[in-house]
Design a protein around this ligand. Sequence first.
Ligand code: GDP
Length: 294
Amino acid sequence: MFNSLSDRLNDTFDRLRGKGKLTEADITSAMRDIRMALLEADVNFKVVKDFVAKTKERCMTAEVMESLTPAQNVVKIVLDELTELLGSTESKLVLSSRIPNVIMLVGLQGSGKTTAAVKLAYLLKKQGRSPLLAACDVYRPAAADQLATLGGEIGVPVFRGDGKDAVEIARGSIREAVDNMRDVVIVDTAGRLQIDEQMMQEAVDIKRAVKPDQVLMVVDAMTGQDIVNVVSTFAERTDFDGVIISKLDGDARGGGALSVRQVTGKPIKFVSMGEKPDSLETFYPDRMAKRILG
Ligand code: GDP
């Protein structure tokens, strides 16, 4: 992920470093390169526009242009702005004092919700919690089986209820958690390939029924320009408190990962770097920005 973006940005910085003193034309040309690199990584158009405008404004100051190491200052500004784009400060998952705590996952089908639910359960279990997974995806026939298998692998129980009525399963999972002293319920909901009214309504109904402490949206890192439509519909209907970016280990361009903070205004809480249960990591904007700049 981000390899080609990193290469492009570093080429741009190398060209600047080779120049010594920088002119306005040098900055303009570097900003054009950065704009192209971000667009090619499939970062949302408006996000790119704002990013480049802010970065350029900061680079065009006398303080930068007349400094002894102008190229280094430009690199520092790009790093700052990239960190800001990703959310500037980390946003850890904080559980409320309610028992059981309820975390609901939403997102498109195939975005990685079911695997994220398992990874989150594994993470919480390692932190000494007793999670319960609720299999509320009743549309994809294998979803509950997948959850049951993965839950078994990490030693976390999975509540399947009658396997038919997602809202009832969600409600039942809370009762099950109370009866069996499970302190966090992670609700895996049905996704849709595209926004679909019936399933959207179901997510709203589940939310109303279990009143989650937090709703996390799972977004595939490779989501491109379409990200605005996807997240804005979820934001409008179910709202959500934070984002899990999945598939950051892939070799896709990563536009979704770089756009989602600005497009949603919500913090990225975790990134998923693989299919294994232990591949969910807390997200640190500064580390990610540094990694992108290599
Ligand atoms: P859901 O439909 O949203 O529940 O999506 P799934 O959890 O079933 O994931 C869809 C596919 O993506 C599965 O084959 C997962 O193994 C895969 N997947 C999910 N997260 C990751 C990840 O972080 N990295 C990789 N490489 N694959 C992932």
